[in-house]
Design a protein around this ligand. Structure first.
Ligand SMILES: [Zn+2]
Length: 53
């Protein structure tokens, strides 16, 4: 579900173009507590974490 970019280690959806050859992870990092912590536009399609999980 989540993928970490190999360039800057930000977290994206698996479909995001910014990820490149990033590695899949099973859950969001602990430091991500709100949608505001996710900068990339790929998260704009989600209204809340409830939709992601
Ligand atoms: Zn993204």
């Amino acid at each position: 579900m989540f993928t970490m970019s190999s360039d800057d280690f930000t977290v994206h959806t698996r479909e995001c173009d910014a990820v490149g050859s990033g590695m899949p992870i099973s859950s969001l990092p602990d430091e991500v507590e709100s949608m505001d912590d996710l900068d990339c536009d790929c998260w704009d399609v989600f209204d809340s974490f409830d939709e992601i999980e």
